[in-house]
Design a binder for this molecule. Structure first.
Ligand code: ATP
Ligand code: MG
Length: 247
């Protein structure tokens, strides 16, 4: 849950402004908006990768501003993260890439390895376990990323553009896998530019514009406002006017 959360970077970029939203356990939510709208920032705030400048964030009943440095790794284990900047290690096989995430926990190695194979199987890539990232298709690599994100059994999946480099069929497969995880009880939050997918899925959609949450719709289609430069101008103008009034 976000309560009036703002994130202003040191350079003055407003990446989130007074964002209040509640995502319930077991929901599937898309986060959409133009480039720079604050989608990634929203996910990073929720995953305790960025700290809010003001406002409060609760995730799984935990007040993120109250987390100590020591507690953050434990908190993160409840969260599965897929991010464009956090790809597969090129010099490790898919198995090792997924296994690395497992080694970070205190699981016994043998049980861990078994779980890695289970995960690869679940994603339909167990035959690619011994292959290196360059030897597999983009779709297979994407599934390995998903396997890595959920191997620790997180209750929440935060996926930032998980279909960014995928063709329509493979993107659809990825969405179906995430939908399946959601049906099994995982809360899933996906930032996406993929209009077709967002529209087909008919999930709850949060639309961001210049850091502001400008729409929150159930069973939604890809909102035209999400891609609308006018909407962004409107939000920025409002911000300017408010600033002037307070000066
Ligand atoms: N670490 C950072 N330091 C400074 N500014 C940042 C940082 N991260 C993001 N920003 C700024 O915050 C705003 C929101 O960025 P964010 O990455 O959340 O957008 P986005 O909606 O994910 O965009 P995209 O669709 O391009 O991924 C942008 O203006 C961006 O330049
Ligand atoms: Mg982004």
């Amino acid at each position: 849950m976000f309560d009036n959360v703002s994130k202003i970077f040191p350079g003055g970029e407003v990446a989130a402004e007074n964002v209040s939203v509640r995502i319930r356990k077991g929901e599937f939510v898309f986060v959409i908006g133009r480039s720079g709208a604050g989608k990634s920032t929203f996910l990073k705030l929720a995953g305790a990768q960025e700290e809010a400048t003001s406002g409060k964030i609760w995730v799984n009943g935990q007040d993120l501003s109250a987390l100590t440095r020591h507690e953050i790794p434990y908190f993160r284990r409840q969260i599965g993260v897929m991010q464009p900047e956090f790809g597969l290690l090129k010099d490790r096989t898919l198995f090792d890439n997924v296994n690395l995430a497992m080694l970070a926990t205190e699981q016994p190695r043998k049980a861990g390895k078994k779980r890695v194979m289970q995960m690869l199987k679940l994603m339909g890539i167990e035959k690619r376990a011994g292959f290196y990232p360059r030897e597999v298709s983009m779709g297979e690599a994407a599934r390995a990323l998903l396997a890595r994100a959920i191997i620790c059994g997180p209750s929440i999946l935060l996926a930032d553009e998980p279909t960014a480099n995928l063709d329509p069929d493979t993107s659809w497969d990825m969405m179906c896998l995430m939908d399946e995880l959601n049906r099994q009880g995982m809360t899933v939050v996906v930032a996406s530019h993929n209009r077709e997918l967002v529209t087909i899925m008919r999930k709850r959609v949060l639309t961001f514009s210049a850091g502001c949450l400008v729409a929150d719709e159930k069973n939604a289609v890809y909102n035209a406002r999400a891609a609308d430069a006018m909407e962004e101008r409107r939000v920025l103008n409002e911000r300017m006017n408010r600033k002037r009034e307070t000066q």
